[in-house]
Design a protein around this ligand. Structure first.
Ligand code: GUN
Length: 292
């Protein structure tokens, strides 16, 4: 069993991006600037957004964090999105999800200028992705593909099973891995809450991706010997025995499943850091697409 070390791979990508920033500086070019909007006090979202800001500092990007109270009206958020669309100093920005229930996530996502949509959630970018036209790929699926690529994991002709059909992970990943690309050319099965015989389907997977946010959902009896297992889950589980009162759990029962795998991602340190690295790649791209 080999660990698919997303942290190490993401550090490698960040070093490459830092060199690109230094090169831009030497040539008197603008430094990429990422802005992030965070609404409310969800601990997980706060951790992710802080990690994104920290990655910007590490690479040498500019960053701006905009925080709103949980009760912020939708119109205020829409107005801020418009301001960031118009702000020439900002190259790309994200609105951290999930948003409070009174805010329509789709409306917010659609209001973002696709040229600054470094999360790749806007319908224009999702459409480009389906047609394999250059644009911004959603960060988590792109991070998973990059992790497979940089670790030389063969995907062509493999059976890939994805658990979870979310707009930001399962659905876009199913498209990327089925494309005639490398990594890609998988035969993809996208499973969900209505799937019958989930265990049997998972057991046939050469590459199994779990993205449902249910701690320990994937058990050893669902995994084929030698499979590649990608765990996208990052759920905070309450645990009073720990100093901070919780631990981060993936969707895979790691202890039992890992010995059966050829490769497996840990949680934390697997897909999470790769998501951030992809966002940084997209931010540099946003800057370059402006021709600056
Ligand atoms: N929430 C979970 N993953 C993501 C992500 O990649 N981007 C944003 N904006 N919110 C998220």
């Amino acid at each position: 069993m080999h660990l698919l070390d997303g942290k190490a791979t993401s550090e490698e990508i960040k070093r490459e991006l830092a060199l690109a920033v230094q090169e831009r500086k030497r040539n008197g070019k603008k430094i990429p600037h990422l802005a992030a909007i965070l609404v409310g006090n969800d601990g997980g979202s706060l951790t992710y957004v802080n990690a994104k800001v920290k990655a910007c500092e590490q690479i040498g990007f500019e960053s701006t964090l905009i925080k709103y109270d949980e009760s912020v009206p939708e119109e205020i958020l829409l107005a801020k999105v418009q301001t960031l669309n118009d702000d020439k100093s900002v190259d790309g920005f994200i609105v951290q999800l999930p948003l409070p229930k009174h805010i329509d996530e789709l409306k917010i996502t659609q209001a973002i200028d696709p040229r600054k949509d470094v999360d790749g959630f806007h319908p224009v970018n999702l459409g480009n992705m389906i047609l394999n036209i250059s644009g911004f790929l959603p960060a988590t699926p792109a991070g998973i593909v990059e992790l497979l690529k940089r670790n030389n994991i063969e995907t062509e002709g493999k059976n890939c099973v994805i658990i979870g059909r979310s707009n930001i992970v399962g659905q876009p990943l199913s498209i990327l891995l089925a494309q005639n690309t490398n990594p890609g050319n998988c035969t993809v099965t996208l499973t969900h809450s209505k799937t019958k015989n989930l265990k049997g389907i998972c057991k046939a997977a050469d590459i199994l991706v779990a993205a449902i946010g249910r701690p320990g959902f994937v058990t050893e009896d669902m995994v084929k010997e030698g499979a590649v297992v990608i765990d996208v889950g990052t759920t905070r589980v309450i645990d009073d025995s720990r100093a901070r009162g919780w631990y981060l759990s993936g969707d895979v029962d790691f202890e039992k499943v890992a010995p059966k795998c050829s490769y497996i991602t840990p949680v934390p340190g697997g897909v999470g850091p790769m998501t951030i690295a992809s966002l940084m790649i997209n931010t540099l791209k946003a800057m370059e697409l402006k021709g600056k």
